[in-house]
Design a protein around this ligand. Structure first.
Ligand code: 4GY
Length: 230
């Protein structure tokens, strides 16, 4: 997958791309990330990317021309998707991450200042929110999407099995997990996990998963079939 990011803070992405699984995916040629500076598409000699809103009001807005010219410059054609990250977008979930992971090229536009000129929306295919809170810019959301999508690209994670059995892959929260020691300050590992009875272990995990989802995220229960095989 090619992942293009349009931002006025390209340095923001330097360290995250050098770590862990994302770095390895890049090294293995499964992922290519290119960070584009929207400022390079500003036309005036001050490289202006913001301006005050028509009608007045506090704060500055991301200008339409540099942003749209940057989109035009990186857009290549079919099978690419231009995404604007914004609290007004469709909430990101595992199903959306799965869908995006199958595309050849994603172009993610990061807003800054107090918002973007509304006309930028006419040049994007999709708007995504990473949650109901307000950040200072779209850079963190662009990294969140990159991370959730990268681990779903085939070949990126060692075993597909760990993807299939984890939280959300079946629409439920993950069951409790333990590693050594068997007793930590009196907190014991459930005996079924030491039993060697794989059928019982599987049953226990499904029950715990169900119980935890019901307690913490009851709204996920009805959506199980929708999220299945994610
Ligand atoms: N939440 N999900 C989010 C965000 C910051 C001003 C527009 C979010 O996606 N983006 O909070 N973004 C704002 C800052 C310009 C983006």
């Amino acid at each position: 997958m090619k992942y293009d990011v349009l931002t006025i803070f390209p340095e923001f992405f330097e360290s995250p791309l050098k770590q862990g699984i994302i770095r390895r995916a890049i090294e293995n040629g499964l992922l290519e990330v290119e960070i584009h500076n929207i400022r390079d598409y500003a036309h005036d000699r001050h490289k202006t990317t913001d301006d005050s809103p028509y009608g007045g009001g506090a704060g500055m807005l991301m200008k339409v021309e540099p942003t749209v010219e940057a989109i035009d410059a990186v857009r290549s054609g079919s099978d690419d998707k231009v995404i604007l990250v914004t609290p007004q977008g469709v909430p990101l979930n595992q199903e959306i991450a799965r869908e995006l992971s199958g595309l050849k090229k994603l172009i993610v536009v990061c807003g800054r200042y107090e918002g973007v000129d509304e006309r930028i929306r006419d040049f994007v295919d999709m708007e995504i929110s990473i949650g109901d809170y307000v950040l200072m810019g779209g850079e963190t959301p662009a990294l969140v999407i990159l991370e959730s999508v990268t681990r779903l690209i085939s070949g990126v994670l060692g075993s597909q099995k760990s993807i299939e059995t984890e939280s959300f892959s079946n629409g439920l929260l993950e069951y409790p997990q333990y590693t050594r020691p068997g007793n930590f300050r009196g907190l014991k590992v459930p005996s079924v996990l030491l039993s060697g009875n794989h059928k019982e272990i599987e049953k226990w995990r499904q029950q715990e998963s169900q119980k935890r989802t019901l307690e913490r995220r009851p709204e996920l229960i009805g959506r199980q079939s929708k999220q299945k095989e994610l």
